[in-house]
Design a protein around this ligand. Sequence first.
Ligand code: ATP
Ligand code: MG
Length: 429
Amino acid sequence: MAKSIQAIRGMHDIVPEQTPVWQFLEKTIGRILDNYGYQEIRMPVVEKTELFKRSIGEVTDIVEKEMYTFDDRNGDSLTLRPEGTACCVRAGIENGLLYNQVQRLWYMGPMFRHERPQKGRYRQFHQVGVETFGMSGAEIEAELILISARIWRDLGLTNIVLQINTLGTSEERVAYRDKLVAYLESHRRKLDKDSLRRLGTNPLRILDSKNPDMQALIESAPGLMDHLGDASLDHFARLREILDAAGLEYEINPRLVRGLDYYCHTVFEWVTDQLGAQGTVCAGGRYDGLVEQLGGKATCACGFALGEERLVALLEDLDAGKQDVNLHAYIVSTGQEEIVRAVILAEALHDQLPELKLQLNCGAGSMKSQMKRADKSGADVALILGGHELERSGVTLKFLRTGEDQINIPFDKLASYLSARIAVSGSRR
Ligand code: ATP
Ligand code: MG
């Protein structure tokens, strides 16, 4: 026998047993975003490598070591998208959606990063991204945060904590960066290998280090908040005022800097302690400079992305999102003529009852083995079409779950009978 081929490490199938939870997650999010007036946008999975280098930043983890980059057959360097914001901005500029306009957009789909696979961290994973353009006030940031809070609530997830911080403007950050580098230089001996590397490239990221040995050093580092001007502080105060008025709890985490270069002012993360080290389920913030950086006219913007795998893991722990996937009816038939008749009957029922979940037995078999399949299908009732039934121009209904006596129903009454039965069983659920 030939050796079977396995999926790529860190890339997973989502098998039928798991898809109901994913559908529950995605339907809930889609409904909420629709209710807030957000429109879906779909972008390609592959983009020019340059797009991510220019937006995410050359010295970030993603661009330095996580991208799936390859040469196209005509020599262009392409990359499987590691995130969606850059793609969304590229698409917005290219399609004339951004300049002088207000947009509220969202997308969903696979992202690719060559990371070390572990629980909550994969090489192909899925994000829902939400991006807004043309709104400079703190109220749009509050709206994004409140939307994410509503998503957790409607999914039934608790224990997800909001952390916020402000990064100020890029000018303020440059000035702060110098002070931070000077401080870290003076403690060079205490820096770990990662931090030494970042010192010359992306020193703010050192604040984000998870290394316990570095924590004391980081605690005493100069704080970014102390280096911000009045306008930046006012903006952040305004966001807090709205969140307070909305009764939303949050923590201010001065060390929340995000890994990507393009953020300014507000950044936020939603974090849970229920997923071990991979506790961030959603992250976002303001990125006013990015549109211009990617060749568009200056447009303010903010957004967030949530990680679907991590939310699915939380939902699975709660045993939530189990939808009723059982069939209502299963058609069993024997004999050549009856099978044709069964196909036509199934089509007629699907025409008449859009809500009916009905499956046809395919692949013959004895009546006994077909009834076994009917039972396994989870259907409430088997519709039996045999020679006997054809003569009487009706169908025998055998109830698979309730122990009711079987009955015979004429073809022309079947749809209304099933419709009434679905309504009753629907209200019972
Ligand atoms: P982390 O610090 O966990 O690496 P990140 O800052 O790289 O996250 P973002 O780029 O902000 O993540 O992506 C937003 C969200 O997407 C994350 O909060 C997380 O839920 C999810 N995510 C990111 N990388 C992965 C991955 N490799 N596997 C699964 N989910 C991921
Ligand atoms: Mg990461």
